[in-house]
Design a protein around this ligand. Structure first.
Ligand SMILES: NC(=O)c1ccc[n+]([C@@H]2O[C@H](COP(=O)([O-])OP(=O)(O)OC[C@H]3O[C@@H](n4cnc5c(N)ncnc54)[C@H](O)[C@@H]3O)[C@@H](O)[C@H]2O)c1
Length: 301
């Protein structure tokens, strides 16, 4: 703990989606390390509770952290660039500098096959997961490059490495985060190498991300790692400048398989793993609203 405190003490950490799960765990952890905290979320009341909870924790462990530093918290829809700009301006007003930005906010997809999921869901998933990360990165970079050391952390997923059935919208957003972040990392390497860029690929973490009823079996089976354990791995990975942070239930073996196995094998394995975890019954083939014709049906066009 002391090693982390020495490294992070006094640095300003910005975290999106901090009202729940991984974001909340990160906010607590970095506050305990003595960081200045700025957090945002679309859910204002849950965010206020996180602020209270951090303050209570800091009061208990007075010796470790800067209890006097105010926590900046703001309701932000990360899909809005203007909202990001206003939030970071408030953060600078209070904390004067920004050292570490964690683009963590995200939502689940439809958890349905492509033909059964709506374009609106795909758009919202891309807006929040992908553009939320893009706007968080673009609006914070001008502040980060001014610092002698800084880091940008973008939270993808193991579904940014492999794409099982029923995750097309979510996986597309998480693969996009990976592509964007890998390119940004290479660009900054050339002009601002003091700004570290990190990709996080969590495995199954025990959070509230699966809000849909038909995702609950998936949650029970896979989302088992506690968010604080991941938060600690992120803090460690950033401190050691690890470009890719892979952690959580099933994460390492999925990353390994994604590098080694041919796609034809991967698809078969992933289909088997996910089978039976969606809606009751054989919903991939018989989902209501499934508009693909059977193989032998004739279509008009
Ligand atoms: N839980 C997992 O197993 C897992 C695995 C891989 C990746 N992830 C990723 O981790 C990140 C955190 O997710 P989590 O598991 O802690 O879920 P969570 O639902 O517990 O927390 C996500 C937070 O993001 C907030 N949020 C949603 N939309 C927002 C918006 N438009 N603007 C601002 N905030 C918004 C939510 O209100 C919530 O507080 C996400 O990007 C998720 O995709 C999670």
């Amino acid at each position: 703990m002391q090693e982390y405190q020495r490294f992070y003490q006094g640095k300003t950490v910005v975290i999106s989606g901090a009202a729940s799960g991984i974001g909340s765990a990160l906010a607590h952890l970095f506050a305990e390390f003595g960081c200045k905290i700025a957090i945002c979320d679309i859910d204002g009341s849950a965010l206020a509770q996180v602020v209270e909870s951090i303050q209570a924790t800091l009061q208990k462990n007075r010796s470790h952290a800067d209890v006097s530093s105010p926590i900046v918290s703001q309701v932000v829809d990360v899909a809005s660039k203007e909202a990001w700009s206003a939030f970071l301006a408030k953060c600078i007003d209070t904390h004067e500098h920004i050292d570490l930005v964690i683009n963590n906010a995200g939502i689940e997809g439809s958890s349905q096959p492509i033909w059964a999921s709506s374009d609106d869901t795909l758009e919202r998933v891309m807006d929040v997961n992908f553009y939320g990360m893009v706007f968080g990165s673009k609006t914070s970079l001008p502040y980060l490059v001014q610092r002698p050391w800084a880091a940008l952390v973008n939270v993808s997923s193991i579904f940014g490495l492999v794409a099982p059935p029923n995750t097309a919208d979510y996986s597309a957003s998480k693969f996009a985060i990976r592509g964007y972040t890998e390119s940004l990392r290479a660009e900054l390497e050339l002009v601002h190498p003091q700004v570290q860029v990190h990709l996080v690929h969590p495995g199954g973490i025990n959070t509230n991300i699966t809000r849909l009823e038909h995702s609950q079996k998936f949650k029970q089976r896979f989302l088992t790692t506690e968010p604080r354990a991941l938060a600690l791995q992120i803090a460690k990975g950033v401190m050691r400048n690890k470009a890719r942070i892979v952690f959580g239930n099933q994460a390492k073996r999925t990353a390994f398989a994604s590098r080694l196995l041919p796609l034809s094998w991967l698809s078969k394995i992933l289909s088997k793993e996910i089978d039976g975890l969606g809606l009751e019954g054989d919903y991939i083939r018989e989902h209501e609203g499934f508009e693909l014709p059977n193989k032998n049906d004739k279509t008009d066009n």
